[in-house]
Design a protein around this ligand. Structure first.
Ligand SMILES: Cc1cc2nc3c(=O)[nH]c(=O)nc-3n(C[C@H](O)[C@H](O)[C@H](O)COP(=O)(O)OP(=O)(O)OC[C@H]3O[C@@H](n4cnc5c(N)ncnc54)[C@H](O)[C@@H]3O)c2cc1C
Length: 448
């Protein structure tokens, strides 16, 4: 057994899972946690693995759902978060909901009882230059540490809020209505000149859309979040409240665009979508960050011509959320390129959700343990849920517009051969999950 030590900062979803994985691989782990000494606006206890809001790990369907597949992958790797969730599961239909107190008590007790884990309570405010560290300090990373990270990465590479515009699956966009064109055909190559997908609106469409935006249900900010953020990035409904024409002079301006289907018709307004991943399977609606409730978003966005049958990889939102510009800062081992003794894990790397955060903790714990043991190990293949996520955050995503991401099938490479030939969404999703399970098992076997 190696006597080398791994320091993990943050005993949330990611840090707890990272500690468990590394400790089980024979690594001595020191888990640093600032709570209960220093709190956050959302955490209520000093427990590890505290769920700050809902008590759901979302769908548990590992054949038809990407987050269910992530559950499966974490269970296959003997994940602590999943075994605690299974143990304290509550009835919730196809979702995996848990008794949050019993869940966090179990994680806390299990880690404290592990012979390779010791706990050090207190806030870490610097990025140490010695030793191996994983920072899993989450969306509510303490301000002092946030400052230290920003000093290392540059302030423009660390965000304190996410402003998420909805993301649509490319294959659900009606291309009989939408067309590809950059404003004023800008760009040197044909690809650049056709980088955007455009959805045209008549005056009637536009007026109805503004009415729906103004009437839609909105969510309020959590306590502790500030509205000052809005100066830089207004939600579309706030823009609409400032005047019915504001959006038509902002993100929905029609100038510099010609409808490829009806060149003689000038659109009154245009909604633009921009490619969100290298695969070209996902598009985000440009400038459409929003605080509308999820149900209202689907209703309102489907009013946009071309998006009437849109399927959303994720809906929009604006939250307090500290996260790195991982595509530029992290290598595929989740290490900070400028300081390779430091890894990041969890929501702070730009994934979104309890499950995704825990999965990135699992991976960081295993990668760090392998490095400390002198074993070469790569991330899982991108055909797996974990591999698709890590590939997205460390390179696949557009760095300029990078925003936190849930796991979804749009991040997976398209199916080929027999699986690709299957028809319909159900078969396609089954094709993704079958392929992922085979490849993930191979990856796991490769480590043992
Ligand atoms: C208000 C809010 C509500 C959310 N609701 C949901 C939801 O309902 N469902 C969902 O799936 N996701 C939700 N999320 C998103 C995300 O999934 C969770 O925040 C998740 O807990 C992230 O896991 P993590 O391990 O990255 O961070 P966390 O679970 O937050 O863990 C980070 C840990 O680091 C500690 N820490 C921070 N700074 C320091 C420091 N300097 N020194 C030592 N320790 C430190 C914190 O105390 C905390 O224990 C929410 C996020 C927020 C902010």
């Amino acid at each position: 057994m190696t006597e080398k030590t791994l320091h993990i900062v943050g005993g949330g979803m990611a840090g707890s899972e990272a500690a468990w994985q590394a400790a089980n691989l024979g690594i001595k782990v020191v888990l640093h946690e600032m709570r209960p000494e220093v709190g956050t606006f959302a955490h209520q206890t000093g427990n590890f693995g505290e769920m700050v809001c809902s008590n759901s790990f979302r769908s548990d369907d590992d054949e038809q759902n990407a987050v269910g597949l992530l559950h499966w992958e974490m269970r296959a790797a003997n994940g602590l978060v999943m075994s605690a969730a299974d143990r304290y599961k509550l009835p919730a239909g196809g979702a995996l909901a848990v008794d949050r107190d019993a869940f966090a008590d179990h994680i806390t007790a299990t880690l404290k009882a592990h012979p390779n884990v010791s706990v050090d309570y207190g806030e870490i405010t610097d990025l140490p230059s010695e030793g191996m560290w994983i920072f899993a300090t989450g969306p509510l990373t303490s301000p002092a540490l946030g400052e230290a990270i920003a000093k290392e990465t540059g302030t423009d590479r660390l965000a304190f809020f996410d402003a998420i515009a909805p993301i649509v699956y490319a294959d659900s966009i009606n291309m009989n209505i939408a067309w590809m064109q950059s404003r004023y055909d800008k760009g040197e190559t044909e690809e650049e000149q056709k980088a955007y997908l455009n959805c045209p609106m008549t005056k009637d469409h536009y007026e109805a859309f503004i009415d729906a935006l103004l009437a839609a249900d909105k969510t309020e900010f959590h306590e502790g979040e500030t509205a000052g953020y809005f100066d830089g990035c207004l939600p579309i409904e706030v823009m609409a409240e400032r005047g019915r024409e504001t959006l038509r002079h902002g993100p929905m301006k029609p100038i510099g665009l010609t409808n490829a289907h009806k060149p003689e018709e000038k659109a009154y307004a245009v909604v633009q979508l921009r490619r969100d991943n290298a695969l070209g399977t996902l598009y985000n609606i440009v400038g459409f960050q929003t605080k509308m409730k999820y149900s209202a978003q689907t209703e309102v966005f489907k009013m946009i011509p071309g998006l009437e049958n849109a399927s959303f990889a994720r809906l929009g939102g604006i939250h307090r959320n500290t996260f790195l510009n991982s595509p530029t800062l992290l290598d595929d081992q989740m290490r900070l390129k400028s300081r390779p003794n430091i890894r990041f894990a969890g929501q702070v790397t730009g994934v979104e959700g309890y499950v995704e955060s825990a999965a990135m903790g699992l991976l960081a714990g295993r990668l760090a343990a392998a490095e400390l043991s002198g074993v070469e190990m790569g991330p899982p293949p991108r055909t797996t849920a974990m591999g698709a996520l890590i590939h997205h955050i460390t390179g696949g995503a557009e760095a300029k517009t990078f925003q936190p991401m849930n796991v979804n099938f749009g991040l997976f490479p398209p199916l080929d051969g027999i699986r690709g030939g299957r028809k319909g969404r159900k078969e396609r999703y089954k094709g993704y999950t079958d392929r992922a399970k085979e490849d993930y098992n191979q990856w796991l076997i490769g480590q043992s």
